[in-house]
Design a protein around this ligand. Structure first.
Ligand SMILES: [Fe+2]
Ligand SMILES: [Fe+2]
Length: 352
């Protein structure tokens, strides 16, 4: 069933006594929920497992030690410091818009088990912002801190990037049609699945050179959370494709644009100035990510050349927390096991 008769997305009432929570009548959108969290019987059982995994990912940034990073930061090259600050600015934007936008999408979800996952996602995105604040306040000297938050005001490439991302969400808020809901959902998937990872790679790259280990520890936790969000949208988008008006060309176009913006930004802030990262490896990695994300929603890769079938950063895998066998998380340099050993839900680097 493709919904064509709706001109505006229905928003769930706070409480709907006429609703029907029977699992056979439940649907992710356009259902008739009472809006109670009726979780005794669920239709989308994967959402229950995903929620459990998200909760098990629980962590607190302030419990991670970043003292070595304070010294390391002072010894970074100017280019490394510029990239460190700039990536933090960009990631702060990403997690801010997620915290703000997910509630808009959630308010039309009529399966409570999915709503629950989104509620957890909102909480995690908020906490990611807090972890950026922790890094900014602890590591970056006072005279540079405000600049990190305000970088978009002076940096045109970052401002364009932020506006491009925000516009796709704003389009739905200004005109809440099912078509625009689908676009916002895709934009969400692109943000979760494509936009964080060149940033993560930068911190893993520094860690591989024995620099800023506390920052990398924090980013591997964020990385793990983001992958659970990717999973959520990987499940939702194939369902959405059955319901919302859209075209495959439109999805490919959104992906291609997203890849271009991501490469432009990464080349601007990292470029060829950091040992181990080049404009060419950024392009390969971003297109590789786009291909695996497309495959995960049942579509053919957009970039079929063999060079885009493999990540150029497999040597940094050990610094992420996403390898199947990495059930025990160790601090990079001391090999002391951190307290955060609960999650084993993310099963491999290929999911990044
Ligand atoms: Fe996040
Ligand atoms: Fe996220």
């Amino acid at each position: 069933m493709v919904v064509t008769h709706q001109t505006e997305m229905p928003i769930n009432p706070i409480f709907n006594p006429e609703g029907d929570d029977a699992i056979e009548n439940r649907s992710i959108w356009f259902g008739n929920t009472t809006n109670l969290m009726q979780l005794n019987d669920v239709r989308y059982t994967w959402a229950v497992g995903l929620y459990q995994q998200m909760r098990e990912n629980f962590w607190i940034p302030q419990r991670l030690d970043v003292t070595q990073d304070v010294t390391d930061y002072a010894n970074l090259t100017d280019d490394e410091r510029y990239a460190y600050d700039g990536i933090l600015s960009y990631l702060t934007f990403l997690d801010s818009v997620q915290t703000c936008n997910i509630p808009h999408l959630k308010s039309s979800i009529t399966a409570p088990e999915i709503s629950l996952c989104m509620a957890e996602q909102i909480s995690q995105e908020g906490m990611h912002n807090q972890s950026y604040q922790y890094l900014i306040e602890t590591i970056i000297p006072p005279d540079r801190r405000t600049q990190v938050y305000d970088f978009w005001r002076t940096d045109k490439v970052l401002k364009d990037r932020c506006e491009f991302i925000a516009k796709l969400y704003q389009k739905y808020i200004d005109d809440a049609t099912p078509e625009n809901y689908f676009i916002a959902l895709m934009a969400d998937f692109l943000l979760e699945g494509l936009y964080f990872y060149n940033g993560f790679i930068y911190f893993y790259n520094l860690a591989s050179r024995m620099l800023m280990p506390g920052s990398a520890d924090i980013f591997k936790m964020i990385n793990r959370d983001e992958l659970s969000h990717v999973r959520l949208y990987q499940k939702l988008i194939p369902e959405a494709r059955k319901v919302f008006p859209h075209s495959v060309e439109q999805i490919y176009e959104m992906f291609d644009m997203a890849v271009n913006y991501e490469c432009r930004w990464t080349n601007h802030i990292v470029g060829n100035n950091i040992l181990g990262i080049t404009e060419s490896s950024t392009e390969k990695y971003t297109k590789y990510l786009a291909n695996i994300r497309l495959r995960s929603i049942g579509l053919e890769p957009l970039y079929p050349e063999p060079k885009y079938n493999k990540s150029p950063y497999t040597h940094l895998e050990r610094f992420s927390d996403t390898k199947k066998e990495a059930h025990t998380k160790a601090n990079f340099f001391e090999a002391t096991v951190t307290s955060y050993v609960m999650s084993s839900g993310v099963t491999g680097w290929d999911e990044i």
